[in-house]
Design a binder for this molecule. Structure first.
Ligand code: SF4
Length: 416
């Protein structure tokens, strides 16, 4: 690494893997760097420091982070690499090639990070890089559920909510900055408010946050069905300023497996109501997380998942083959499923995912959409994101001076 010349600020570049929480953490770090000592480098070749934020949720995520670390060390020998995030907290020894693992170098002069990833609930909760139309607002961190397969609560701790007044203030800052979409993030956002005194819930928060929004829309990140009241879903679908999109952490359609996972069985009432809501509003986007190959998942259990996916009209799936996480109860469960079978089940559902996505795209052609612009670099190649979570290609004639506008979708919107 070349020593920065006196009075020259050091350049820091960020590489972020994993979920929206990691993206939030990386942006938080970025926002805390003292501006007189550091600049943010978009080009990794210019960086004196590279901060790699990594994920631990599956073996694949961890392997990807390790691979990325080696690639960064090889291609950017001028930079020191700092690895943070769930992955480095979970297995720091896997990142021994990094210069700093699960800790920040003193040079960064950032207080409050020493308590670990995700504990930085202080300071601004809403963060957006300059010039972007989307921002994340972290409303809580951690989870009380401790599902048998999940390492996240072990790394991020129990649920801790940001008080409503602070969220209101952060949201107002984002609104003033002209942000068109704010994604409400957290480890398990449906738990928001349970740890506050007096207790509150996510629906109350949404009513309060969305009340005076005129231009900015809110999007919910993933919802856990066992904690999400149906009233919340039906109320959201009637709001102009809440995105027409829910992502549900389904994981399995088998009651037996869900119980083994410690997720309280299949919430049939929830899925029946969700299907009804979707049938009444075909434009609504429904996504699901599915975990396949959990210990003892039989062919019948897997078929129960497929049956649920046939019954509930989801529009896309995020499919994860189960991987053992040391320190979680499921890692020592008997009757593990072979890796080949896990991958085969995942491939089966990914095929279904492709079909669902294509069907949803086709069903949106000709419809009007509430769109925000995602990139403002080149006027000819501007991408947009619809309220119902479709990425679209915007044509020059469709672009408005606002970052959020309504437009009609056509085949060209999807490069078809
Ligand atoms: S509810 Fe979600 S975040 Fe919480 S332990 Fe279960 S899978 Fe992990």
């Amino acid at each position: 690494m070349t020593e920065p010349a006196e009075n020259k600020s050091a350049a820091v570049a960020f590489r972020t893997l994993g979920c929206k929480q990691n993206q939030f953490d990386a942006r938080w770090l970025q926002s805390q760097l003292p501006g007189d000592s550091f600049t943010v480098a978009a080009d990794l070749h210019q960086a004196d420091w590279i901060v790699l934020t990594c994920c631990a949720v599956t073996e694949r995520a961890l392997a990807k982070a390790r691979g990325e670390l080696h690639r960064l060390k090889r291609s950017h020998p001028q930079a020191k690499v700092v690895v943070v995030g769930c992955g480095s907290r979970y297995q720091p020894d896997q990142f021994s090639a990094a210069d700093f693992v699960d800790q920040l170098p003193q040079e960064f002069q950032i207080a409050g990070y020493s308590n670990g990833i995700g504990s930085n609930l202080h300071g601004s909760h809403g963060l957006v890089p300059q010039g972007r139309s989307r921002a994340f607002l972290r409303i809580q961190n951690g989870c009380d559920q401790f599902c048998a397969f999940c390492i996240v609560p072990h790394l991020r701790g129990k649920s801790s909510s940001v008080p409503e007044a602070e969220l209101q203030q952060s949201l107002q800052e984002l609104v003033k900055a002209g942000v068109a979409e704010v994604v409400l993030t957290g480890t398990n956002i449906a738990l928001w408010g349970r740890d506050l005194n007096p207790q509150a819930d996510l629906l109350d928060l949404l009513k309060s946050l969305s009340k005076d929004l005129k231009y900015t829309r809110l999007r919910l990140s993933s919802l856990e069905p066992q904690f999400t009241p149906l009233e919340l879903i039906s109320w959201c679908t009637e709001q102009e300023n809440i995105c027409n999109h829910f992502h549900v952490a389904v994981q399995s359609g088998s009651d037996r497996i869900l119980n083994k996972m410690g997720r309280g069985g299949l919430n049939k009432q929830f899925f029946t109501a969700l299907s009804k809501i979707k049938k009444a509003r075909p434009g609504l986007s429904l996504g699901a997380d599915i975990l396949v190959g959990f210990p003892s998942e039989s062919e019948n259990d897997f078929q129960a998942t497929i049956k649920l996916l046939e019954e509930v009209p989801f529009n896309y799936l995020h499919v994860f083959p189960y991987s053992e996480r040391q320190g979680t109860p499921a890692a020592s469960f008997p009757d593990s499923i072979s890796k080949t079978e896990r991958l085969a089940r995942a491939a089966n559902l990914r095929k279904l995912d492709s079909e669902l996505r294509l069907n949803f795209i086709n069903s949106n052609i000709g419809r009007s959409a509430d769109v925000i612009t995602l990139s403002e670099k080149a006027q000819t190649k501007i991408q947009g994101l619809t309220s119902n979570y479709l990425r679209v290609q915007l044509q020059p004639g469709q672009i408005s001076s606002n970052r959020r506008f309504t437009t009609k979708l056509s085949k060209t919107s999807f490069n078809l």
